[in-house]
Design a protein around this ligand. Structure first.
Ligand SMILES: Nc1ncnc2c1ncn2[C@@H]1O[C@H](COP(=O)(O)OP(=O)(O)OP(=O)(O)O)[C@@H](O)[C@H]1O
Ligand SMILES: [Mg+2]
Length: 342
């Protein structure tokens, strides 16, 4: 069965008869109130259960749009799945529903059975739930009133049949909006958040805001990832020849060819080192840098993420390093209490 947003929000089919009240015919309002509190209780129990069934829950945030959060969130999920772990990916961004596309699930609609939402299976068996599964079609924008959007997030947290997972990765829209706040308030035992930034100053300024926001949410910061960090080019010349290149801003870059004449050099298209600097400034771990790789753009367009199309490529290896750094942090921060669950 597939659902539209309005259908999803109206989905409270449970009739309750409390002991001793079966014959007293409660009013319609009373019945509604009882149904609501029954559903709330059911959701709380299911959320508590989910807290146990999912070992690690990681939020992926950035202060600025377009820095590659969805690419990184999807890449982290796939990289963890490559290691044989059970992984879920929750995409809470209604404005830029890129995750389904990157996971080969474009056009998928929400799958609901017996009142429970069932995730779709993307590449490498990653379980995916996306706000985009609620859209009627790709070209029609949905105007979400705040409470409806936040209600849908609560349902995505409480009513999804994730099963047992090692990791749940949660992708958010940019900025310090209501979405991460709602998740932090409703999802128990969040392992922490990862901040994605690009190396240029404007992105870094926004990332500083995200770090301050994380503190106010009382969610542990696992660290900062610098995305689009450098673009590596390769070439061939005479064996052992010294090569001089003029990179961005006219900066000279030196490389030396190997015995067979092959050389490579990395161009810092958007500067570099900014991610490390803000992590030092805020005293949070630096989780590593991911290269600028046009293959991510192609993968986003044709539905095959870089990690799937080139599992041994430089980008997949960079992701594996970042994943290893995240795992180290997750081990350290296992039980930091988050916000009170309401
Ligand atoms: N490392 C990278 N190298 C090259 N292109 C990249 C890289 N990371 C992301 N991109 C490209 O940048 C664009 C934006 O990426 P993405 O959608 O992941 O960003 P986002 O932060 O999730 O955006 P939004 O703020 O809209 O949610 C996409 O076209 C993506 O393919
Ligand atoms: Mg995104």
């Amino acid at each position: 069965m597939t659902l539209s947003p309005s259908r999803l929000m109206a989905d409270s089919p449970v009739k309750v008869n409390f002991p001793g009240q079966a014959d007293s015919a409660p009013s319609v309002e009373d019945q509604k109130r009882m149904e609501q509190s029954y559903n709330q209780m059911k959701r709380k129990m299911s959320i508590a259960q989910m807290g146990k069934a999912i070992k690690h829950k990681i939020m992926v945030l950035s202060g600025k749009g377009g820095v590659g959060k969805s690419t990184v969130a999807t890449g982290l999920a796939l990289s963890l799945a490559q290691e044989g772990l059970k992984v879920g990916l929750l995409d809470i961004d209604i404005t830029g529903p890129n995750v389904p596309k990157m996971m080969g699930l474009d056009g998928h609609r929400l799958d609901v059975m017996d009142g429970r939402i069932h995730p779709a299976k993307g590449h490498l068996g990653v379980k995916v739930i996306s706000m985009a599964f609620l859209l009627e079609d790709e070209d029609t924008p949905v105007i979400w009133r705040g409470p409806i959007k936040l209600g849908a997030i609560q349902q995505f947290i409480g009513d999804v049949e994730w099963g047992n997972l090692d990791y749940l990765i949660i992708d958010f829209p940019p900025g310090t909006s209501d979405e991460p706040l709602t998740v932090a308030q409703n999802l128990p035992d969040i392992s922490g958040m990862v901040i994605v930034t690009t190396p240029q100053d404007v992105a870094l300024l926004d990332s500083r805001k995200s770090l301050t926001f994380a503190k106010s949410l009382k969610v542990d910061v696992l660290g900062v990832i610098e995305n689009m960090s450098g673009y590596t080019i390769h070439g061939k010349s005479m064996p052992n020849e010294d090569i001089e290149l003029f990179g961005p801003g006219g900066k000279t870059i030196n490389a030396t060819a190997d015995d067979s004449g092959l050389w490579s050099a990395t161009l810092d298209i958007f500067k570099s080192g900014g991610g490390k600097k803000i992590s030092d400034d805020f005293n949070v771990p630096f989780l590593g840098a991911l290269p600028f790789d046009p293959g991510f753009v192609r993968g986003g367009d044709d539905g095959v993420h870089r990690i799937v199309s080139e599992p041994e490529g430089a980008s997949a290896l960079a992701f594996a390093d970042v994943v290893s750094a995240i795992k180290d942090q997750v081990e350290k921060s296992s039980s930091i209490p988050g916000l009170e669950i309401i």
